[in-house]
Ligand binder design. Structure first.
Ligand SMILES: *Cc1c(COP(=O)(O)O)cnc(C)c1O
Length: 388
């Protein structure tokens, strides 16, 4: 019996050749290939600047730093995400709070966001940054979030780890039309991969500059940015702020450039798989992913919600039975604040009821570009056998 994972990378001969070319070249890092990958990201999304990093986690960290998040500040996100989305606030010494999800899209609820902003204004605890997460690749309602950011004065970082290739209204995710910064992940399970890797995109040149500085030790070699009078020596550089080594290597970037060339093909394949699931699973006691009319998803995940009132088994039993039959389903996500680390900050069960109810019945089923028709048939047959 073949085991089928919920997601996996596709690496082609061309991808391998591109990487080998860099391995045979003079520079493995800080050469010409990372800027080429950044250009490819800008060309694709329409953003002015892209800063590639060694993960989305580090991109989120430098994004918060570039927006000057610090002690005493508050960052809001939704709990239905990977822990990195909120950890970036803690890295900066800020605190985190969570907005519940919308019951249809499973993305941040605009109604809850608005209500919480109203209350926070009265109590003087408005957030400095809000991070909407485009779960499964379906963009959040960015126009509404952008309108609220103007009214309440917060900055927006889109966590688009799932969503390269997705569209909101007329613009591609990453264009930053409705946000200050957008972050992508290139972990192997995501839409395209660089091994480990991420990027922060922006249209603002000052933010782009800060992102680059924080990515590389807080160092500049631009005389105009130096804090002391530049010396004459050519190798002159100055550290002007605190930064990290969050750089991407040229080896990784070469893989990224090669993968980018197949991006639309990858998205098309994911859509074809999603359409077949939509059709074939519609008769089962579960809900298939609802799509907001303003969005075009990248379908990083295909999430079903079990209708437990109509099913004789429990969520964990269905999960285990599917695993036993080789369908390696997963759950995205346990609400972040239910993690022991966050509970130790005082968050408690019941805080975001919609996210918790989602957590009790959601499953991510296999979707990735190399999933064959036959393998998808195996997934569908197994789901029909188990879910009743
Ligand atoms: C994968 C992921 C991250 C972290 O990405 P890395 O590149 O692994 O650091 C952050 N947020 C979300 C929503 C993710 O899915």
């Amino acid at each position: 019996m073949k085991k089928i994972k919920y997601g996996r990378q596709e690496v082609t001969k061309d991808d391998i050749d591109s990487v080998v070319k860099v391995l045979n070249s003079e520079l493995l890092t800080q050469g010409p290939v990372v800027p080429e990958f950044e250009d490819a990201l800008c060309n694709f999304t329409g953003a002015n600047y892209a800063v590639a990093s060694n993960s989305a986690t580090s991109a989120l960290h430098i994004a918060c730093m570039a927006l000057e998040l610090g002690p005493g500040d508050i960052l809001w996100t939704c709990p239905n995400t990977f822990v990195a989305t909120s950890n970036c606030a803690i890295y900066c010494g800020a605190s985190v709070d969570f907005i519940d999800i919308d019951p249809l899209s499973y993305n941040i609820s605009i109604k809850d966001l608005e209500n919480k902003l109203k209350a926070a204004k009265l109590s003087g605890k408005l957030p400095k940054i809000v991070i909407p997460v485009h779960l499964s690749g379906q963009p959040c309602q960015m126009q509404e979030i952008n309108n609220l950011s103007k009214e309440y004065g917060f900055k927006i970082i889109e966590d688009a780890s799932h969503a390269i290739g997705a569209k909101y209204k007329e613009s591609l995710v990453g264009s930053c039309e409705y946000s200050d910064i957008t972050v992508f992940s290139f972990h192997p399970v995501k839409i395209i991969t660089t091994g480990e890797g991420g990027a922060a995109l922006t249209n603002n040149d000052e933010i782009a500059n800060k992102l680059r500085q924080h990515r590389s030790h807080g160092i500049t070699s631009n005389p105009n940015e130096m804090m002391q009078r530049p010396k004459k020596e050519l190798w002159n550089y100055q550290q002007i702020t605190l930064g990290y080594n969050y750089r991407m290597t040229d080896i990784c970037a070469a893989l990224g450039i090669s993968q980018m060339k197949r991006l639309s093909e990858i998205i098309n394949k994911r859509h074809a798989i999603a359409r077949r699931y939509d059709k074939e699973l519609s008769s089962l006691p579960l809900s298939i992913p609802w799509q907001h009319p303003d969005t075009f998803s990248s379908y990083h995940l295909y999430i079903i919600r079990l209708d437990l009132d109509k099913i004789t088994k429990t969520h964990p039993v269905i999960h285990d039975e599917l695993l036993d039959l080789g369908i390696l389903v997963n759950l995205h996500y346990i609400p972040v604040y239910r993690q022991p680390y966050y509970e130790s900050m005082g968050f408690k069960a019941g805080y975001c009821p919609e996210s918790e109810s989602y957590h009790r019945d959601a499953l991510s089923i296999p979707i990735y570009p190399t999933l064959t028709e036959q393998e998808q048939s195996q997934v569908i047959t197994t789901l029909k056998k188990v879910i009743f």
